[in-house]
Every structure is written in structure tokens, then in C-alpha cells.
Design a binder for this molecule. Sequence first.
Ligand SMILES: *[C@@H]1O[C@H](CO)[C@@H](O)[C@H](O)[C@H]1NC(C)=O
Ligand SMILES: *[C@@H]1O[C@H](CO)[C@@H](O)[C@H](O)[C@H]1NC(C)=O
Ligand SMILES: *[C@@H]1O[C@H](CO)[C@@H](O)[C@H](O)[C@H]1NC(C)=O
Length: 382
Amino acid sequence: MTPITTVTAAVTVTTLFLLLTTTTTLSTDISALKAIKSSINPTTIPSYSCLASWNFTSDPCSNPHITHFLCGLSCSNNRVTQLTFDRPGYSGTLSPLVSQLTQLITLDLSDNKLSGPIPTSLFSLPNLITLDLRNNLFSGTIPPVISNLKSIETLDISHNSISGSLPDMSNSLTLTRLDLSFNKFTGPIPKVAKNLMELAIKSNFLSGGVLKTSFSELTRLEVVEVSNNSLTGTIPGWFFLLPGLQQVNLANNGFTGIEILKPIESDLVAVDVGYNKLVGYLSGNFTAYPMLSSLSLRYNKLQGPIPEEYTRTTTLRRLFLDGNYLNGMPPKEFFSGKSSVTGSLGDNCLKSCPTSSQLCLKSQKSSSICRQAYGGKVRQKL
Ligand SMILES: *[C@@H]1O[C@H](CO)[C@@H](O)[C@H](O)[C@H]1NC(C)=O
Ligand SMILES: *[C@@H]1O[C@H](CO)[C@@H](O)[C@H](O)[C@H]1NC(C)=O
Ligand SMILES: *[C@@H]1O[C@H](CO)[C@@H](O)[C@H](O)[C@H]1NC(C)=O
């Protein structure tokens, strides 16, 4: 290149640079970003990380980002709309000044080591659609004002140490996905937001039952993950009839009964009620669910025979009934070679379960345990 063209190129680049840098970030957004960065322990900000590039001698929202503000945030014009941290393991707290970012749509600080309470001011952000604080060390409780999040669609605070009762989001018409699993929540399941599609609250210390007041008017709920809590009582029949329901996991609770009504139509694909305390006879009614492909009732206290209906469904692929007190002969069709059902019928009180079938690989209970379970004689009806 001749010196002339070099100069022309340099002038062009400078002009472009000036054009692109005309927006300057709103000052309250800048002070919020400064507070957010200074609440992070500097020894946990490695040189390669997004936060290391947050150098306030440059304007955060101005392009191009060549050395400063390389990642961790996005802007629209002069406002910050997304904070999406990378995951080097930042520790520290979340500054309450985050609430100054009033145009924030996405806040994703997942998979770091942030601790302390989730600042209450966060819940006043009117445009926040996605809040993802998954897998950090946040503690404290969630105040009722969380229901002020007017635009929230996805709320994930799973894998933290939050205690107290579950937040009541029942007034939210926007919330579709709620994950509060793996925390320390106690108390009952509150009324569920009307348009929720996915409810995940597994591995907490929740108690109480599955109540109509919590689950009424839900028409879009597809996934319910409530395993590994302390829920009790009878699982009511209407629950499995919720329209749209596809996947239900109630395993590892203290349920003592289950009612299964025949649906008119149903999208239910998978049901897991293993590791509870269900007593009574095994109902054949689950086979009336036309899409059901996976059913686990393992490790309960079910008695009586396995209804023949379980061999007549064409959709059922996985059936786990092991670890109960089921008795009699298992239906022969399971072993006919035509059956496509896998799973286990082991650890029951079944007679002549052919060990040539993988369904029977786990051996049956000893006859003394079975006699004891049936009060010394085979009971007819409960
Ligand atoms: C921020 O950027 C300026 C100018 O590029 C530089 O002199 C300074 O050392 C940077 N500060 C930090 C903390 O990296
Ligand atoms: C069940 O929940 C407890 C408490 O949250 C947790 O420590 C444990 O790992 C969970 N177990 C499973 C199998 O998820
Ligand atoms: C099976 O379903 C029918 C019709 O919904 C119901 O009346 C009956 O009580 C159910 N049986 C069991 C054992 O749950």
C-alpha cells in the first residue's frame, strides 16, 4: 500500500468508529454495571473472563467492542437489555443496583458461585422475561414481591440454598417455566400460575398434598417434577386428567394412595410414582391412557395381581413394578416374545416369573416376607 491509501483507510476506519460510538450508555445503567462488577470478588475474575473485559474507560454499549466489554452484556441503543455472565466461577453477591437496568430482558448468572440473598429490588424489573440464577449459592427466602415481575416467562433458581415457602406466582399470566428444584423450600405447593407449562420443584422439603386449589384452571401444564420431597396423602384422580399433561414425576415422596381415573383423551406419556408408600391393589386404569409409554410404581407397598390390561396396551414400553408385594402369576403375554415391554417385575411375591425374561431377572421376595405382608393368608380384597 502507498502512504496515501493507508491514510485514506485510517480516516475511513476512524469515521466508521465515530459513527458507531455515538450512543452513550445511560448513566444509571453504567453505575449499575459498575456496582454489579464490584460486588464480584476480584480474585474470582480471571483475565480471560467477560467481567475482566468490563473496563469503564470505554462506554459499555458503544461498538465496536475490541478490547473492552467483550461479553457478558448486550444493549439495545443506549440501554442494557441482557446480562449473561460466562461461567468461570464468579463468587460474590448480586448488587441490588441491578434494578436500575430497567430495560433488562434477560438476566443469566447461572453456574457461578454467587451467594447471599437475591436482592428484592430485582423483582421490580418490568421487562424481565428470563431470570436464570441456576446453580449458584444464593440463600435466604423469596419475598412475595417476586409476583411483581410483570413480563417473566422463565424463572430458574434451581440448585441454590433458598429456604422458606415457595413463591406464589399465581397472578402471573406470562410465566411458562418455573424451576425451583434443589433448594430448601418447605411448606405446601401454592397455587400454580395459570399458563405454566413446566413446574419443577424436585428435591426440596415440601409437604402437604396434591390439592385442587393449587392445580385448578391449568390447561397448559405439560411437565410436573415434584420428586424427592415429603408430600403425603392420596394422589387424586383429577390430577392425571389435567389437559396437556405429558410427564409427571412424583417419586420419592410419602404418598400413601393413588387414584387413577380413565381419561377421555390424554397426552400423558410418562408417570413415575416410585419410592412412595402406596398401598392397595394395582389398578389397570393406567392402561386407558392412550399415549402412556413409561410407568413406574416401583418400591411401594402394592398388593394383589398384575392386571391383564398391562399386556394389552400397544404404547407401554417401560413398566417398573418391582419392589412391591404383587402376587399371583404375572400375565403370560409379557413373556410371549411379542411383548415390547421392558422394565422389572422383580422383588415382588409373584409365582413363576420366568427368569428367562429380563422382566424377572431380579428375584422375588422370600415366601416368609410375602406371607407376613398378606397377614399369613392371601387376602381377597382390601
Ligand atoms: C482499562 O483500559 C485502559 C485503556 O485501555 C487501560 O489503561 C487500563 O489499564 C484498563 N484497566 C484495567 C483495570 O484493565
Ligand atoms: C433429594 O433432596 C435432598 C435435599 O435437597 C438432596 O440432598 C438429595 O441429593 C436429593 N436426592 C436425589 C436422589 O435427588
Ligand atoms: C377406574 O376408572 C373408573 C372410571 O374413571 C373409575 O370409576 C374407577 O374407580 C377406577 N378404578 C380404580 C381402581 O381407580
